[in-house]
Design a protein around this ligand. Sequence first.
Ligand code: SAM
Length: 417
Amino acid sequence: MSEAVNEICPHAGICGGCAYNNIPYEDQLAIKMDAVQGHLAANNIVVRPVDIRPIRQTSALYGYRNKMEYSFGDEVKDGPMTLGMHKSGSYMSVINTTGCLLVPQSFNVIHAAVLDWALASGYSFHHKRTHHGFLRNLVLRCGVRTGEILVNLVTSSEDELDEALFSDLILGLGVEGVVGILHTINDRRSDVVAVDSVRVLYGRDHYFDEMLGMRFRVGAFSFFQTNIEAVESMMAEAAALIPGQARDDRGGAAVVTPGAAVVTPGADPGSTLYDIYCGTGTIALALSGSVGRAIGIELIEDSVTSARENARLNGITNCEFVCGDALEVLESAAERGLPAPDLITVDPPRMGLHPKALKRVIAYGLPRILYVSCNPKTFAENMAVMQNAGYRLAALGVYDNFPFTKHTELVGLIERS
Ligand SMILES: C[S@@+](CC[C@H](N)C(=O)[O-])C[C@H]1O[C@@H](n2cnc3c(N)ncnc32)[C@H](O)[C@@H]1O
């Protein structure tokens, strides 16, 4: 596919959401692969070319996002209110992105209606510079396999939202699958969606989705993988890298068999897995069938609640989730009565592992560590520290889970040399 398929996006070149919107898809893949190689080289990571897999594209180029966080603002100073993404190269400007191709069509319908409502309502929008104004964000999330949609309007407390009117507006659109409408109040100065209080205007404050053969409960503020089809194939390949995981007939991707009852052949039922930065528990749950005990560590309470609920929903009894900062939990693991790990997986946020947490992970001296990364730069920097400590990059999977954006996911198998 060498043509510029993305030219059909009405916001190409203006929207700051997709950095690679004007680049033909094959060239995007090449740029991403080159960037990965560049970060590895810049950090002197020794890896055999044969151990780096060619970049894998996701099955769907469009409509793959299950979450969108739109901002209210204006495109030009004192111009009409807008709702969408930041303009490319201009953090203060927001453009209407009601024709976005990366989201499900239902998101665009809700987005357009909320924009019309906001323009007619007389409400102000929250200004980043003055920290005054009312409407802040519209957050839409959906269960790709269940069709469930969660709508969350984020405002400051500067005005009074007519909650019944807003709820009626959403329900009156005839968009199927809306299971919850929320009103979140956030008076903090930072631009991220945070919660001072949340009111459920309709339905519930979470939705369900299915991934890796399991059912997931996703809280309104929980992390959940954005492109679940891509994550499924990535996780299957990641599991195949770990000895003791079952492989399919072709010797390729592992058969991910969650659930303590289904211990895969060759797995060690006495072993302990630490899934550090576990979010809603995807990795711990997916690998739970091949270890005796899986312990997820995660900072955000809402994600931990979802992870526990996910284990329960899927009848998985050998996973537990600890809420806390990764470093602090690792440092106090013995006092918390946690057994030492036999296998560690890490899936840190973009900034990578905290240097002290990385030191701690290395200090366990395990034969292998599985590193899932959403940032090749910090992956390579962390890898350099591990290499100096006697580890080597034994295999690297590269995944384009987010076409048209600059993001690349990696799965590294890191072994003691
Ligand atoms: C890339 S996500 C991991 C997602 C997870 N593997 C999943 O599938 O749900 C990174 C996670 O690290 C968590 N996190 C960020 N800083 C942390 C810290 N200092 N200690 C523990 N968890 C942290 C975030 O809340 C987020 O859930």
